[in-house]
Structures are given as C-alpha cells and as structure tokens.
Design a binder for this molecule. Structure first.
Ligand code: NAD
Ligand code: DAU
Length: 361
C-alpha cells in the first residue's frame, strides 16, 4: 500500500510524513516543489529509508502527477502543497493563485482520471484529503461563537481567498464527479520545523538574535493555536474514518491574543536560555504598523471531529509552546540554514515597510 503526500517538505507536511512513517510501513511518495518553504533537512532522519520516496515537482504539473499515480497506485492522496503565508500573499498574490487554485485544479483533474481507472475495492477505498484552513471563514468579533463547518465562507486575504477557491473546487469534484474527497479546515499550527516568517518561530529567532519582536497593531488579534502533531493525528483520523464529501474543523481550543503568545514564549526563553544582558526578552517587543485587512479573531469549534470521529488534541498551549521553544533552542543549526539567503531578503522587504507605532526616543 502507498499514499501520496504533496507539500511534504513544508512545516505541517514534514511533521505529517515523519509521524506517518513512525506508525506505518506503507510507502509514502512525497511530491514537493521545494519552494522557499520546502526543506529536505526536515526529513533528514528518513535518509536511506526506502519507505519514503521524494519527488521534486509541482502539483500543477499534470503529466508528472499522472505518472506518479500510474506508477505508485496510491490508495490515498493528502494535499498539503500550498503557498501559506498571509503577508507574502499581500505583497504578491500571483504564486497563491498559481499553486493554491490552479495547482489544486490540476491535481484534482489528474486524480479524477486515475480514480476512473480503479476498480472494485481500490476504487471504493480511494481518498483525496485536502488540507485547508480556518481563514476561509473570515474574521470573528469577540462575542461571536467559534467557526463550525456550516459557517459561510468570507475570506479576507489573497491567501485565504485562494484556499477558499481550492476548497470549492474539491467540493465540486465530489458533487459533480463523485470523487471521494475529504476536507479539513484547521486553525494556527505551531511546533518543530515552522518557518521563521510566521509569528512564533520569527519571535523565537529574533529574541535570541537580540532583534525587535514585531507585533502588528495592538497585538490583540486572536488565533486558536494547535500543536502540529495534533493536526497530523486529526488528518490521519479523518483519512481513516471521515465521511466522503464532508469537511472537518480542526482546532486546539486554545484562543490567545498575539501579544500574550509572544509574552509567554519570552518568559519560557528567559527561563531556558536567559539573555546575557540579564534583561527579559519581552523588552524586545515592538509594536509595528498593522497587516492590511488583518483578521481580528479566529476560533474553531472542533465538536464535529470529536463527536463523530473521537479526535481530541493531546497538547495544551502550555505544553506545546514549551516543547516548541525547546525544539528551537536544540535545533539552532536548522534555523541558521533556513534563515540564510532569500530569507534575509524577505525580512528586509516585509519589515522595512512595518514602521514602529511608537518611535524610539
Ligand atoms: P508551508 O508553506 O510550510 O509548506 C508548503 C509546502 O508546499 C512547501 O514544502 C512547498 O515547497 C510546497 N509547495 C508549494 N507550492 C508547491 C507546488 N506548486 N507544488 C508542490 N509543492 C509545493 O505550509 P504549511 O504551514 O506546512 O501548510 C501546509 C498546508 O496546511 C497548506 O495547505 C496550508 O494552507 C494548510 N494550513 C496551514 C496552517 C498553519 O498554521 N501553518 C493551518 C491550517 C492549514
Ligand atoms: O489560521 C490558520 C492560518 O494560520 C494558516 O492557514 C496560515 O497558513 C498560517 O500562516 C497562519 O496564518 P496567520 O496569518 O494567522 O499566521 P502568522 O504566524 O503569520 O500570524 C499570526 C498572528 O500574528 C497574526 O494575527 C499576525 C500576527 N503577526 C505575524 C507576524 C509574522 C504579528 O503580529 N507580527 C508578525 O511579524
């Protein structure tokens, strides 16, 4: 038996690949274009492991995907491949349209053709699982109930609009062609191998480097944090037992304002790796101009996944953030590798435009 994973060299995808192969002897074919966010270092522990077949390529390359499907005859495909960073989508949406919309479309077309060649049990058992985000639902006010699967789609950024479009395509391929699809909409992940353009790894990296910790606006925007291996276990469970054509919200029941998240990680760093100056890392917090169109609050109601499939997250925010900070302290070589070259160009462009809200005297 084989599964095909796309985007398996990125943050969540590589955690999923490692987690999957720690529990299964199935061959896993990993198709990843190795954009700036894809990193084979994440999978170094699998070097020499014949169960992991890595293929560098684009999900939008219909001929390549068709060839992989014909050669490996997977029983399932899990689609992580995407452009994932909201700020990058604001500076340049084109890559998001290319991969998240057109790429998903090409992937669906290739899978539809492959699925039609299957027969009997292989056809009935095949699954296409699309990994999506809570951002497709838009923004909540403080008093709104958390997003359920029935919340209407109201994406606000080019990133979330492109993910919403991909979700609609996946839904349509089930409704129109009967393709056996499943979709998961997850809240903010954090944990090992998280690229340091995102809030948590960026602030850990900047804190240790003695740089400002940029907080957009008033820092009171709320995200619902889920430790990445809990996301992986949810995807495994949905793949195993999800109802065809259904969507499942995945979340950690951990709503936190951004400022609090950064204060917590600063206090863990103060304890585990105190600054030579003797000052708290929290003194490096720096309020900067807000993200355009910044969504105020996300919150996931994951009741359906718990009630129907018995899934619950194992980590609380307190246990997960401590593990995460420790992982970054223990893996500084990984951080050094991913923060060279193109990363510096990104940070230069993004944060030169983000002016401090309070100018230093
Ligand atoms: P990431 O940016 O870390 O990784 C994306 C991976 O996809 C990279 O390895 C990249 O090389 C690959 N990729 C990009 N374009 C490709 C293409 N055209 N063909 C093949 N591979 C390509 O992203 P992530 O944070 O790991 O997110 C994975 C998925 O989960 C995405 O679909 C994202 O929308 C979704 N998601 C992420 C979060 C989160 O908090 N990070 C939460 C919910 C859902
Ligand atoms: O909700 C799920 C989504 O979570 C995923 O679909 C996205 O792929 C993933 O990137 C993430 O999106 P966010 O925009 O919520 O994540 P990010 O880490 O970029 O930002 C988290 C919050 O912190 C957000 O409110 C913006 C804020 N922020 C971010 C950065 C990078 C800052 O205040 N300063 C920063 O420098």
């Amino acid at each position: 038996m084989t599964i095909l994973v796309t985007g398996g060299a990125g943050f969540i995808g590589s955690n999923f690949v490692l987690d999957w192969l720690a529990q299964s002897d199935e061959t896993l074919v990993n198709l990843d274009a190795l954009t700036y966010a894809g990193n084979l270092d994440n999978l170094a522990s699998l070097n020499g492991d014949a169960r992991h077949v890595f293929v560098k390529g684009d999900i939008g390359d219909a001929a390549l995907v068709a060839q992989l499907l014909a050669t490996y005859e997977p029983r399932a495909l899990v689609n992580f491949a995407a452009e994932s960073h909201v700020d990058r989508s604001i500076l340049g949406p084109a890559d998001f349209i290319h991969t998240n919309i057109l790429g998903t479309f090409q992937l669906l077309e290739a899978v539809r053709a492959y699925w039609h060649t299957l027969e009997g049990h292989a056809k009935a058992a095949f699954r296409f699982l699309h990994v999506s985000t809570d951002e497709v639902y838009g923004s909540l006010s403080l008093s709104d109930p958390a997003f359920t699967e029935r919340h209407r789609y109201e994406p606000n950024s080019p990133y979330s609009a492109s993910k919403a479009a991909s979700d609609h395509l996946v839904r349509a391929y089930h409704h129109t062609y009967g393709l056996p699809v499943l979709t998961t909409n997850c809240s903010n992940n954090y944990g090992p191998f998280h690229f340091p353009e995102k809030l948590i790894p960026l602030c850990i990296h900047n804190a240790l480097a003695g740089k400002p910790l940029p907080i957009y606006g008033d820092g009171q925007q709320i995200r619902d944090w889920l430790y990445v291996t809990d996301h992986c276990s949810a995807i495994r469970r949905v793949l195993e037992a999800g109802q065809l054509g259904e969507t499942y919200n995945v979340g950690g029941w951990n709503e936190k304002p951004n400022l609090e998240v950064v204060q917590v990680l600063c206090s863990i760093l103060d304890e585990l790796s105190p600054a030579a100056s003797g000052r708290s890392y929290a003194e490096q917090i720096n309020f900067v101009t807000d993200r355009p169109g910044h969504d105020r609050r996300y919150a996931i109601d994951a009741t359906k996944l718990e009630r129907e499939l018995g899934w619950r997250p194992l980590e609380t925010f307190e246990t997960g953030i401590r593990k995460t900070v420790s992982w970054y302290l223990d893996n500084q070589a990984w951080v050094q590798n991913v923060t060279s070259g193109a990363y510096r160009d990104w940070v230069g462009t993004q944060y030169s435009a983000a002016k401090p809200l309070i100018e230093e005297a």
